[in-house]
Design a binder for this molecule. Sequence first.
Ligand SMILES: *Cc1c(COP(=O)(O)O)cnc(C)c1O
Length: 403
Amino acid sequence: MNNITLAPVQTDQPSHLMPVFGRQPISFVRGRGAYLYTEDGTEYLDALTGIAVCGLGHAHPVIAEAIAEQAATLIHTSNLFEVPWQTAAAQKLAEVAGMEEVFFSNSGAESNEGAIKIARKFGYLQGIANPKIIVADQSFHGRTLATLSATGNKKVQEGFAPLVEGFIRVPFGDVEAIEEAAIQYPDIVAILVEPIQGEGGVNTAPQGFSYLEDIRRICNQHNWLMMLDEVQTGNGRTGKYFAYQHTNIVPDVLTTAKGLGNGFPIGAVMTQGRGVGVLTAGNHGSTYSGTALGSRVVYTVIDIIQKENLVENAAKMGSYIVEQLRNQLADQNVSVRGFGLMIGIELPKACAELVDIARDEYKLIVNVTAGSVVRLLPTLNISQEQADQLVERLVKMIKTFLA
Ligand SMILES: *Cc1c(COP(=O)(O)O)cnc(C)c1O
């Protein structure tokens, strides 16, 4: 624990933070790979990675070096100028994402704001005055006004009326509901869904990824934009670079963030096909869009994911963890689901307290979503030994909890 500068918190003074987060009574001062450490040096296995963000693990030396070098060279000049690292990052991201155009944003919500703007402009160009976007139940798209309006969770929306108009909600996985909406509303321009709902409980559609193929077909039929929110599922998380690559289709608009910067706050909205050319000069922007520093981080993250075959590792270790959990919990009333290293263990009862139990008794950081789903989002470069450690702690904990 050498060379750590601890935050100069004035413990005799009140916190001035706006109390919007329900925080756990612990803080970490340092991380390394799949582990987090408190000030006294206690080690925790991190199966949450800052909510699917630090996929390469904490304090990755190559990322740390890239950040340090770029910070000491040039952080930001604005988009009034060419930004070579931004151009390079967009080239690399477009290649792994199968997309043509890239706009860098600063968060997931902002990426989805970009997608919503593209959909509206796409409608505008066809003379549609009140363009509508189909979204799903239990979805999560962010906390800005437009994205919370798109989100399928009343708790996220409560207190923020009037919501942004123009969203039509259908049950996740229900193709017929989309076809019915197409008949009922002639001014639909796009569909926005997550390939796997993360905050909603690690849900794939009941019919699996063929749901995405059906959406693609319907979008083609009606000239709608197919827009996928891969803020959480992107960047190797599900065992493909982007989750849609589990299918044979390609969306018109693709958003991402979280793992894109391994903790550096950056996102992207991307287009191909009929999404290309919709936004033009003056339509969109952000002071921080694709800074030299952020772009270099994106470039470096993708480079590491490629060179270290981390997408393949996520697929392999994900299957291994799911198989081990299914075997070792076979006598328990649980169901294990997920793709790659986005895994949910659904328990037969509410289990929010497992977050505290995992942390305090098993030195394991996990998350519980949708009330009864233990969500695992470990590092993409998790080793066999770390995976075994994770499974061992989870199995012990869940058996004890359900006993
Ligand atoms: C986290 C998340 C968002 C919001 O991203 P922020 O960076 O928190 O704004 C949007 N969509 C999905 C699917 C997410 O998981």
